[in-house]
Design a protein around this ligand. Structure first.
Ligand code: F6P
Length: 343
């Protein structure tokens, strides 16, 4: 019998519970593995705070948003309780053969460091931002795109009624995937992403051209988008637990600028955490379940220092080093492909 601890860390994401369920079901059934869940991400690992995870505790979980384990933006080396000794103590106390860390870039970096110090650890990638290079898609992204697309559809009907310009801000710190996909799906007239600077003049020209055809302009902007005169992404809310600036509010900056320059009444909506909440789409449930099942094969093989990932339609294994080499940002040509129909 082998025994593993599972944790979810960083921002939550629809599909986390489906990963946990997939892992526990396959792990128990096929490999005879046992599991415990660490509560609130790395905190549970460094403080030995766990819950049992067996077949009955994951029943019916694949459609449930959030994570039954809880999450936090606290790293395993965080003071005052963190550090390699605390991690080793919990692993010994729980008689674990290894740790499965489900998380984004911050979690993968921490896992890589722990692996370097001899901890048996593997990862499952997650982020609604879809910005991890090692995997074609992360679960949670499809759900976020669905929610953002519905928001665009709704904003368009109210925008049309009032003949207003509507600006929707979606998440996307370094990468504009949610903005790009939901913007295309919702027929936005301009999509603004962190990877591609656009001038006020250009944005307003698109907005005015939509209005001149008697339509109501719809602009989608990612939270990480910067205007040419900005040094960094708009942030007025301090730092998060990983010491990154908390983003949000660029739509509120843009809307009055558009209104002033075009004379079109403009309203801003910041979608925020709505796009991270609720039930995952069918696509995300399938991807998350497959990743959860595949990670049990990886720990059964004692193939540490890697994470599972989607390549095409296959689930593959990727070393943490490779996974962390680069952000998956929107390539210039993919943006240009749709930019030609803006306005
Ligand atoms: O990293 C994923 C993400 O969704 C970013 O797009 C966003 O900036 C961040 O999480 C917000 O996280 P929170 O407010 O939950 O810390």
């Amino acid at each position: 019998m082998t025994r593993f601890g599972i944790l979810t860390s960083g921002g939550d994401c629809p599909g986390l519970n489906a990963v946990i369920r997939g892992a526990v079901l396959k792990g128990e059934t096929v490999h005879g593995q046992e599991f415990v869940g660490f509560l609130d991400g790395w905190r549970g690992l460094i403080e030995n705070d766990v819950m049992p995870l067996d077949r009955s505790s994951v029943r019916g979980l694949s459609h449930q948003g959030g994570t039954i384990l809880g999450t936090s933006r606290v790293g395993p080396y965080a003071e005052p309780h963190g550090g390699i000794e605390a991690v080793r103590r919990t692993i010994a106390a729980q008689s674990l053969d290894g740790v499965i860390a489900i998380g984004g870039e911050g979690t993968a970096s921490a896992s890589k460091r722990l692996h370097g110090e001899g901890v048996n650890i593997v990862g499952v990638p997650k982020t609604i931002d879809n910005d991890l290079d090692a995997t074609d898609y992360t679960f949670g992204f499809d759900t976020a795109v669905e929610i953002a697309t519905e928001a665009i559809d709704r904003l368009r009907t109210t925008g049309n009624s009032h003949k207003r310009c509507m600006v929707l801000e979606v998440m996307g710190r370094h990468a504009g995937w949610i903005a790009l996909y939901s913007g295309i799906a919702g027929g936005a007239h301009a999509i603004l992403i962190p990877e591609q600077p656009e001038s006020i003049e250009q944005i307003c020209a698109w907005v005015s051209s939509v209005q001149s055809r008697g339509r109501s302009p719809m602009v989608v902007v990612a939270e990480g988008f910067t205007l040419p005169d900005m040094d960094s992404a708009h942030s007025t809310k301090g730092l998060d637990g990983f010491n990154r600036p908390r983003l949000g509010g660029i739509a509120d900056v843009l809307a009055p600028i558009i209104e002033e320059n075009t004379g079109i009444e403009t309203r801003a909506t910041v979608l925020g955490h709505i796009q991270r909440g609720g039930s995952p789409t069918g696509f995300d449930r399938v991807l998350a379940t497959r990743l959860g099942m595949a990670v049990t094969d990886m720990v059964a093989d004692r193939d540490w220092g890697k994470m599972v990932a989607l390549r095409g339609t296959d689930i593959v294994r990727v070393a943490f080093d490779e996974a962390l080499a680069a952000h998956k940002t929107v390539p210039q040509d993919q943006y240009q492909e749709v930019r030609v129909i803006f306005g």
